[in-house]
Ligand binder design. Structure first.
Ligand SMILES: *Cc1c(COP(=O)(O)O)cnc(C)c1O
Length: 416
């Protein structure tokens, strides 16, 4: 008799994005002539730069000849790509050996899978608000109790609250935890950890033999030289941190699919032998994964070339100009805006202490703009909405103009 994994039943009802889509569709049905503007989705919109396209084409052509065809590659990823990644880290003075990189088909699956390295009874701490995969993968693995509506979170999970006064990046936990998930620049808040903030987590992890899973998917959006782009810029992090990263937001590979995870040789858990976590992740990937697409990896190699990097950074600059336009427009509308300086997300405080979903509905129905309610990312997101800077410039400008023209009136009506 097969028995179902009942942990799936614990998952908090309704995933955030389908509910956003449902409300938008329902409004559009009521008002079919209204044009809705999208500032909600964390998805890239601009085409891949020419040198990346050229490399992808060249790899496809190579597959069409017997002499240059290739089938399965190394489970850990192509040596050339891992060496290029090692060089990419070296350019910011961080030494990672090429065999410490594990190429994958994206950071999200790695974020979900890494918990398999650790026991079922370990205590998990998660940044609040956060990208949903860290929580949900641990719920399904059975590390949490049920969802508690009163606290707006799962029992037995330690939530690390990101507060406005700390720049929305949390402090290390007071109690002893075993696994810690951090994301910087953070999705949804756009907050970036400072060197001191990251150092406090590395110190905590080394003192408690905890392991940090650090999601740096937006590292390339950091332009401030005083902010760390990788956790390995903190001395000692290679003993206590796994870093996941991705070509998705870095190079527009959201659909192409390519990411990487660093499991250092020096990484230790409380009871692990030296190098054991690295070996176990290698073993896991060899059995459960057959490698990332060779076409995508050829594209990734082109991204890391000098020309490719410059082209990808120009696309990032385009999105960051969108972020600036959004921030200026929202400020002119009287809103309080955080993030968007070193991340493609803006974290907007709701006016008049409105709840996230109420402000979402007001922006949808009165301003015709789709956003994402902050409360969908955790209890600390209540009272905020997330606005994404991904989008074509014209569409972004239209959305911002729509808010500028209609918000004041809509809020007045609300007050009456
Ligand atoms: C978009 C995103 C990723 C990227 O995931 P992929 O599977 O590589 O596309 C990872 N982490 C965060 C926080 C993200 O927002």
């Amino acid at each position: 008799m097969a028995r179902i994994n009942g942990n799936f039943r614990k998952l908090a009802a309704g995933y955030l994005f389908p509910e956003v889509a449902r409300r938008a569709a329902s409004f559009q049905k009521e008002q079919p002539n209204v044009k809705l503007h999208k500032l909600g989705i964390g998805n890239t919109t601009e085409p891949l730069p020419p040198s990346i396209i050229e490399a992808l084409h060249a790899k496809v052509d190579a597959l069409s000849h017997a002499a240059t065809y290739s089938g399965y590659g190394d489970e850990q990823g192509s040596t050339a790509l891992r060496e290029a990644l090692s060089g990419y880290y070296r350019s910011i003075n961080v030494q990672i050996q090429s065999d410490e990189f594990f190429i994958s088909d994206g950071a999200k699956a790695d974020a979900a899978n890494l918990q398999q390295l650790f026991t079922e009874d370990c205590t998990v701490a998660i940044q609040n608000p956060a990208y949903p995969v860290y929580v949900d993968s641990n719920v399904v693995a059975g590390r949490t109790g049920s969802y508690n509506d009163l606290i707006g979170g799962y029992r037995n999970l330690v939530y690390l609250d990101g507060r406005e006064e700390d720049g929305f990046f949390p402090k290390p936990p007071k109690e002893k935890v075993d696994l810690i998930y951090l994301c910087s620049p953070n999705n949804p808040t756009g907050a970036v950890a400072t060197f001191d903030q990251l150092r406090s987590f590395v110190d905590y992890a080394r003192a408690h033999k905890a392991v940090i899973i650090y999601d740096a998917a937006y590292a390339e959006y950091i332009s401030d030289p005083n902010l760390p782009k990788t956790i390995y810029q903190i001395p000692g992090a290679d003993e206590c941190a796994i870093e996941i990263n991705s070509f998705s937001k870095f190079a527009g590979f959201t659909g192409v699919r390519l990411g990487w995870t660093i499991v250092p040789h020096r990484l230790l858990a409380e009871d692990s032998q030296p190098d054991e976590l690295h070996k176990f992740w290698f073993r896991r990937q060899c059995t459960f994964f057959n490698g990332a697409s060779n076409i995508a990896q050829a594209g990734g190699l082109a991204v890391l070339s000098e020309g490719g990097l410059a082209e990808c950074r120009a696309v990032i600059a385009y999105y960051m100009e969108n972020a600036r336009i959004i921030r200026e427009g929202l400020k002119r509308s009287g809103l309080t805006v955080f993030g968007g300086d070193n991340a493609p997300y803006l974290w907007v405080k709701t006016p008049k202490r409105m709840r996230s979903w109420d402000f979402f509905d007001l922006l949808l129905r009165q301003c015709h703009v789709i956003t994402t309610p902050g409360s969908g990312f955790g209890s600390c997101g209540e009272g905020y909405i997330r606005i994404s800077a991904f989008g074509h410039r014209e569409a972004i400008a239209e959305a911002v103009a729509s808010i500028e023209h209609t918000l004041a009136k809509a809020l007045e009506v609300l007050h009456e």
